[in-house]
Design a protein around this ligand. Structure first.
Ligand code: SAH
Length: 494
């Protein structure tokens, strides 16, 4: 990376966090500063380094929060400080993304930069609505047009005749406000009034909504449905291809926004499975593991050791190495509380046994785990009072996760809260409180699901109103509960 700064102008894609390029994702992980726009899915921020500084450049419609000049100045300034900066932009940075102005400012200041293209909304949102922008039978050409520009009326000054007669599929960006003007122009310049039109709002996200009509009918329909930006207006025969819900809109958990509580650094496999089924999943709060390497004198050499997690195994072996202690000095047997932990021991070529296999009358144990783990495990395994405990690590909340939460909340994307265990109730609640929310205020609009009795008790005690307790603490039961939930937001308005 070197000491020289570099600014990466990265396309974040239209919304689905999977639609960022591998290169953009890698730069995001390495960035020291991340400047992001309103149209960037805040969930993407969770993949930045825990140390990264976030700067929101959100431009709300008609209300510019951070002016373009100020953004350019910030990019230059951070670049000159030698920082690795990622400027995350919705869709593709070169499509109505003002990347030209930012690149020019960087160039003038002598700050190195790269442009990482992304999937533009006109193509991405259309695909998620089930429409290909070109088609051998319906569309041989495709144009990307601004529906709004800096002319005094805001109406784009474009060659309407050429557009109406020469291009098969037209994607208008930022055009919902000018929809009457756009359809009138196309019709008056010769486009058939029954030309299919598809509006796609918040395409590729859980908030995707579509509206179908024709150049003649779409204005009225959009008014009735109160359709707003960000949306793509897709005009042309391909828009007629959409029949009912698309492949994306038909996913069983489409349009669901799930906050999945967590109490450690690990991402849950359940979270990923819910995403695969169409849900938007926010694993909150994001945590970071802080290792506590042991001093040589603290490393037990002649007692049996019980590891509470794979992380505790890693820290133990890292401590041996740091103190130059050979594993052959360690005399005691190794035990693990879970198969994951025993696997972690195996990765160091050590045999770990299930703690349940241990003779309860055997001599005392040394337990290695995170600072909060001991009480929990004491109860669970009836670990004796003579046992010693060594904290190998703690989990700290990554402060930036609060920003992700606040942005999602502003976008009304906190809808279902899942507590997979009692511990997550505590970490999630602390996160909410740090954002000025309380269990009561959240319960007023979010649906709370608990995996079992223990998490329910913890959640009730904290002040949540519980909507659902799963019939059994499994992924299948969770899936059922989510599918059966009633949602006010219909997938398609058409
Ligand atoms: N650089 C972006 C476009 C920025 S202009 C890109 O390549 O996609 C902002 C406009 O993009 C919005 O007004 C809307 O018309 C469109 N847009 C961005 N994200 C969108 C989405 N997820 N769904 C529909 N339209 C979107």
């Amino acid at each position: 990376m070197g000491n020289q700064g570099c600014v990466y102008l990265v396309g974040a894609g239209p919304g689905d966090i999977g639609l960022v390029t591998a290169k953009g994702y890698r730069y995001l992980q390495q960035a020291e500063v991340v400047l992001y726009d309103r149209l960037v899915n805040p969930l993407l921020l969770e993949y930045a380094s825990p140390q990264a500084e976030y700067i929101y450049c959100g431009k709300m419609p008609k209300k510019h929060i951070l002016r373009q000049e100020a953004i350019n100045d910030l990019l230059v300034q951070r670049g000159l400080e030698g920082k690795k900066v990622v400027r995350l932009k919705g869709g593709d940075p070169s499509v109505f993304g003002r990347v030209g102005e930012e690149a020019e400012a960087l160039e003038q200041a002598g700050v190195p930069y790269e442009i990482v293209p992304g999937i533009t909304a006109g193509i991405g949102a259309a695909a998620y609505a089930g429409v290909p922008v070109t088609h051998r039978e319906h569309s041989l050409s495709f144009a990307v047009i601004t529906g709004h520009d800096k002319s005094p009326s805001g109406e784009p000054l474009i060659d309407w005749h050429a557009l109406a007669n020469g291009v098969d599929t037209i994607a208008f960006y930022m055009g919902v406000g000018n929809l009457p003007h756009i359809s009138e122009r196309l019709i008056s310049h010769g486009r058939a009034s029954d030309t299919p039109v598809l509006l796609i709002q918040w395409g590729t996200t859980g908030k995707q909504r579509t509206l179908q009509g024709s150049l003649a009918t779409i204005v009225e329909k959009a008014k009735t449905a109160q359709f707003k930006n960000p949306a793509i207006i897709l005009a042309g025969d391909v828009s007629g291809i959409k029949k009912g819900a698309s492949w994306f809109e038909s996913k069983p958990l489409f349009s669901q926004h799930v906050l999945f509580g967590r109490a450690s650094e690990e991402s849950s496999t359940i979270g990923q499975h819910l995403r695969d089924q169409g849900a938007e999943v926010f694993e909150f709060p994001r945590m970071q593991l802080q290792k506590k390497l042991l001093k040589a004198t603290d490393i037990p050499t002649d007692k049996d050791l019980l590891f509470l997690s794979p992380a505790s195994v890693d820290v133990f072996f890292a401590s041996l190495q740091a103190n130059k202690i050979d594993i052959r000095h360690i005399q005691g047997e190794f035990y693990g509380v879970s198969s994951k932990t025993i696997k972690a021991l195996a990765s160091y070529h050590c045999v770990g046994k299930e703690v349940t296999e241990r003779d309860s009358h055997a001599s005392s144990l040394v337990i290695l785990g995170d600072s909060e783990g001991i009480d929990r495990e004491k109860q669970r395994y009836a670990i004796g009072f003579g046992d010693d405990f060594i904290a190998t690590h703690t989990y700290n909340r990554v402060p930036q996760t609060l920003e992700t939460f606040s942005r999602l909340q502003e976008e009304e994307r906190i809808e279902t809260i899942i507590f997979p265990n009692a511990r997550s109730v505590q970490t999630v609640t602390e996160g909410f409180q740090a954002c000025g929310e309380s269990p009561e205020s959240i319960s007023a609009y979010a649906h709370v699901i608990c995996f079992g009795e223990k998490s329910k008790q913890a959640a009730v005690k904290a002040g949540y109103s519980i909507a659902t307790v799963l019939s059994e603490p499994s992924e299948e039961a969770l899936f059922e509960a989510l599918v059966q939930k009633e949602f006010p937001l219909a997938a398609a308005l058409s």
